[in-house]
Design a protein around this ligand. Structure first.
Ligand SMILES: [Zn+2]
Length: 338
């Protein structure tokens, strides 16, 4: 395992950070039967001038500031199937429990769910390993968590966002319903969420992708609003099973949604339907709420399952990929309050 900070022969410290145009160090990728798996983006080394090893932390890695957004994406290979594993947590802003019960983790007899612990553990995990990535969606929960954090912790989160390792997706106060709400309410709750993100995280926190993965049905007006708000694309999950089947077998789970005939091309929105709801592939949920076996790579263990796990994952990827026409596919790694 490589260290996060090293010093070169001239006495400069280098910090293991994110991709940059001049980056020459190895990418964390695995080639397998023409597939390119990005476990968590790329790892490169950024020069950190004039600092001791103790002073080097993500807070000080100012060279990463301008590399949020698409700049921080792992480079893809046009000649391979690029598999993007996207760690996420779907945290309803009120469902079986109240918002505060969900946030604090109360009333566990109703549902084991505590969003504060998810955000705590995500930020710690991202801090420990710069290869890791995570997307944060619901700003109502992020706001409650942010208020509780120390200035040091807030600065760490800003650096994670500025370097693209923590990416805000959707970013509204909640993931709104699309059928019963009035468009004014949608705009209001997006305004509140996006304003909060902007006030706390700044420009790098601005979401570019819509993530309406759990509303039960989707409206054209929502696509138009996303487009008018400057979003570049949208993922959703729930649609009638017959339409999903039709789309999968006609290789059209991705489309350019024409949001409004009046606005024309200005309302177009690239839209992709998730293949596997928004869950991790069956057998590959390693959250505390799941019961899937971990990957056991000790050949001396009678529980050794490494080969089986790798082959199972690869076959899931191949199955999904046959339905999509591009060679970039998303694998969601997360679930409800996971
Ligand atoms: Zn939900």
């Amino acid at each position: 395992m490589e260290p996060n900070n090293i010093r070169d022969g001239e006495g400069y410290w280098w910090h293991r950070g994110v991709e940059s145009p001049g980056c020459v160090h190895a990418h964390s990728r695995v080639r397998s039967s023409g597939m390119l798996l990005w476990y968590a983006g790329v790892a490169c080394w950024n020069k950190v001038d004039g600092r001791s090893s103790d002073a080097i932390g993500y807070e000080d890695n100012s060279s990463a500031r301008s590399r949020c957004g698409y700049q921080s994406c792992a480079p893809s290979d046009p000649n391979a199937l690029n598999v993007h594993l996207v760690p996420h947590s779907h945290d309803d802003v009120g469902w079986l429990k109240t918002v505060d019960q969900y946030y604090w983790g109360a009333e566990t007899y109703i549902q084991r769910a505590g969003v504060q612990y998810i955000l705590d553990s995500v930020v710690t995990a991202l801090h420990e390993n710069p290869d890791r990535r995570f997307i944060q969606v619901e700003t109502a929960f992020f706001h409650k968590w942010w208020k509780e954090q120390s200035e040091n912790r807030k600065e760490l989160v800003r650096e994670l966002v500025n370097s693209g390792r923590l990416e805000i997706i959707n970013g509204a106060w909640s993931m709104n319903d699309e059928a019963a709400v009035h468009y004014q309410s949608i705009i209001d709750q997006f305004t509140l969420g996006l304003r909060t993100i902007n006030d706390t995280l700044g420009e790098c926190g601005r979401p570019k992708i819509g993530w309406q993965i759990d509303p039960f049905g989707h409206s054209r007006e929502m696509a138009s609003i996303f487009s008018q708000m400057g979003y570049d694309g949208l993922f959703f999950s729930r649609l009638d099973w017959r339409e999903k089947n039709t789309r999968l077998f006609s290789n059209t789970p991705e489309m350019l949604w024409q949001g409004s005939p009046n606005l024309g091309d200005n309302s177009n929105l690239f839209t992709s339907i998730l293949y596997n709801h928004y869950s991790a592939p069956s057998g590959y949920c390693f959250d505390i709420l799941c019961t899937d076996a971990p990957i056991i790579d000790d050949v001396d263990s009678p529980e050794y399952n490494y080969q089986e796990k790798i082959e199972g994952f690869a076959s899931f990827i191949r199955r999904q990929a046959q339905y999509y026409v591009t060679n970039n596919i998303i694998i969601t790694m997360g679930d409800d309050f996971n």
